[in-house]
Ligand binder design. Sequence first.
Ligand code: SF4
Ligand code: SF4
Length: 409
Amino acid sequence: MQTNLADFIKHTREGKEADAILRNCVHCGFCTATCPTYQLLGDELDGPRGRIYLIKQVLEGKPATAKTQLHLDRCLTCRNCETTCPSGVQYGRLVDIGRKIVEVQVPRPLGQRVLRTALKQVLPRKWLFTPAMKAGQAVRGLLPKSLQNKVPPKQDAGAWPSRQHARKMLLLDGCVQPAMAPNINAAAARVFDALDVQLVIAPGAGCCGAIRHHLNDHDAGLKDMRRNIDAWWPLVEAGAEAIVMTASGCGVTVKDYGHMLAHDPAYAEKAARISLLTKDLSELLYEFDSALQAKLNGKIGKRVAWHPPCTLQHGQQIRGKVEGILRAAGVDVQLCNDSHLCCGSAGTYSVLQPELSYKLRDDKLANLQAGNPELIVSANIGCLTHLQSGTATPVRHWIELIDSALARA
Ligand code: SF4
Ligand code: SF4
């Protein structure tokens, strides 16, 4: 596609990146067919090709309007369009750049500003979010359904392993997951302990930066990223083999630190190394396959529906690994119809775009439950909580299944 970027952006780092991405798009529209919001709304501007066109117009100097902002807000950033695109258009990066400019040009109504500020200030801060979640859990039964959907019942994490191992890996504790589902990281630590690897949480590390970045506060997102690098670096230098991600939404972001901080001379090299060391849980356990299977010995034997989060299958392009690990452990893993589509969680999307989000959730649950599973498993805290809010079928992180099977072994 031909471009003619406006002077305000043409010579900037982001302008050059956006220009290169736009030029790769041949406007074929293949991506439109797999876009969840286009499928729901049937408007070209609610699909990737239309959004790319809107962003191009803004970058070429046409002032953004509230309508431009609405179509960009409705995008889930699921990146399904990237998987479909035959020309390798990096839509996710382009929409980040476009949204940031539109955010400056189009003032939001007061209600939206308050909500977005609250999300940016509270979610990434564990010291604010954890007590708020605890208070919500204490009165969960009295909360309206819309809030109950965001407040999972209190969960027992079980014991953290106490054995020391020579092999060590870092584990990102994150921001909201420890308060909402503390068993996930504890389960991961127990599974790695059984494989003689110690998972270590670095003091000072926290939110990966995705929340603020996707709410268009890129500077605050970068601050979160630099803080994590500072917290991890001494342990990386001391020989930590990997940085383990139990939430695919965090994993896709940390794997991108190298790109996000490439312009920062103080952090560029470290960020690139951190990204290289970062692995989704499934990538690491897939490598431990035979050792894990020897311990599990086909013990699980459940019928399970697997929901691969967009941040895993599209963002990180990881497919088949969780299914492989579970199948080898004796699980009857079902991949549902339209498994490439987003469940509607998408970070803060379920709060900011509830109507579309819940429609996508209900469609996803209908597909997941078509095979009558005993359990639904996924790999991201947002998807787990969102899906569980619409079904009585238990929804768990897949590592919890492996952990409970190891406990019985
Ligand atoms: S993003 Fe890719 S699939 Fe979509 S219109 Fe452009 S080239 Fe075609
Ligand atoms: S990221 Fe997802 S919702 Fe956004 S345009 Fe691409 S496919 Fe559609």
